[in-house]
Design a protein around this ligand. Sequence first.
Ligand code: PXP
Length: 245
Amino acid sequence: MDRYIKLGVNIDHVATLRNARGGNYPDVIAAAKIAEQSGADSITVHLREDRRHINENDLENLLNNINVPLNLEIAAKQETIEIALNNQPKSICFVPENRQEITTEGGLDVKKNFNYLKEIIDPILKTDIEISVFVDPSEEQLQATKELGVKTIELHTGAYANAFENKLNIEFELDKLRSSAFLAKKLLLNCHAGHGLNFDNVVSIAKISNILELNIGHFIIADSIFNGLKKSIQKMRTIINEASL
Ligand code: PXP
């Protein structure tokens, strides 16, 4: 293998499913263990302000139970930063957060919020926690991130994923990601990417030479239904059949 791209598996939606019933099933730690045993280089979770999936308890349990690095996605807000600092994940990825959104809809506007981000992120840059920011693939965002003193960007691949699904402007969106990855290299920024990736659209992304890590969640969790549903139904059928003999 010439080049190895790390895979961070985002397990937020195991917690989404768990929270639908309020108990502890499916267990987030068990899912993280499977991810770890299946080749995930890191586990990613997004601690949202509204705690719609992962909560502080999960974060603590994950850090106590997994053997691969934990990448924590948070909004650049004092409350979540304090939680992150108390838990010491290997890395933090700053993402924009909007209460109404279904998912992280765009990158963090580092240029517009530069002074605020500088003030809030500066103290963490002095710790051992690796910092990245989730940005749209644009030159001005990369330049602003460089100025912030952050060493890693995660490129938002959502617009490309939508283009791929709609079969519209795919090359245009891909070119933005390619040139941003190229610029990241020039600026000596580590380049990660993620959002909306699946078995089909990940191929062109994995060919971009400067990308070091991909973070993928929703599709992997969703696809596992199709890989496991048949077995689960057959097992239930067998148990019911045998018990009712
Ligand atoms: N990277 C970041 C920074 C994210 O916020 C998300 C979504 O939480 C992902 C990657 C993964 O996106 P998806 O769940 O669509 O694979």
